[in-house]
Write a protein that binds this ligand. Structure first.
Ligand code: MN
Length: 218
């Protein structure tokens, strides 16, 4: 597969934080919403995908942190591996906290505080998702359940953003990539295994069934 050069380059920028939304056709189709924080990707599985309509509250299940370079991955994950199926980079760009601060470190500090408190506000500069969003941890349904909600701003809309189906890297849909014999394959040795301390704490008391469900969504 010829990989289209990504707009922001592949290396962790010293000045900008990156985010990615990967559309993942696994046992269940979902979208993986990932925010760079401290050199890793905080990750949520969003079964219904993100919405730009502030009236929508999309369930976002906190899953394992993923390595930073996973943000550029699209291709197939072979059967038998974590998240087996097909992945496209549905959206990608930079992001920051909504705090009136300058610099990656200052934004990260605010984001980490929001993450700990369960109310993470940020501004996306993607190709599809733009403007302010919030991830809020829900009071019920387990510590890993959050809601992803668009804030009202000039980028809010009742349009279904998920209709923009193609990868921002290759221009392919997840179905086209699935049927592409040239698609890259994810090597299982690089399969993410690290859990964030937060996810571990939340998962400790959870049932086997619940953790299996999170794995299915990873
Ligand atoms: Mn996934």
């Amino acid at each position: 597969m010829e990989k289209t050069p990504e707009p922001q380059g592949g290396r962790a920028s010293r000045t900008k934080l990156h985010f990615v939304v990967q559309k993942h056709a696994a046992s269940r189709l979902h979208y993986d919403f990932r925010l760079e924080m401290e050199g890793t990707l905080k990750s949520w599985a969003v079964p219904k995908g993100p919405s730009v309509n502030p009236a929508d509250k999309r369930l976002a299940i906190l899953v394992e942190d993923h390595p930073y370079d996973y943000k550029d991955f699209e291709g197939t994950i072979p059967a038998g591996n974590y998240g087996a199926g097909t992945v496209i980079v549905w959206d990608q760009g930079t992001y920051e906290s909504v705090g009136n601060v300058k610099g990656k470190a200052a934004h990260t500090e605010i984001l980490l505080e929001g993450f700990r408190k369960g109310a993470l506000k940020f501004r996306l500069r993607g190709q599809k998702l733009k403007g302010e969003f919030v991830l809020v941890r829900t009071a019920s349904g387990g510590r890993n359940n959050w809601l992803l909600i668009k804030h009202r701003d000039e980028f809010a809309s009742s349009n279904d953003i998920l209709m923009e189906e193609e990868s921002v890297l290759s221009g392919k849909t997840v179905e086209a990539l699935r049927d592409d014999p040239q698609a890259k394959r994810w090597k299982s040795s690089r399969t993410p295994g690290r859990k964030s301390a937060t996810a571990k704490r939340g998962a400790r008391k959870k049932s086997v069934r619940a953790s299996k469900s999170a794995r299915d969504k990873g």
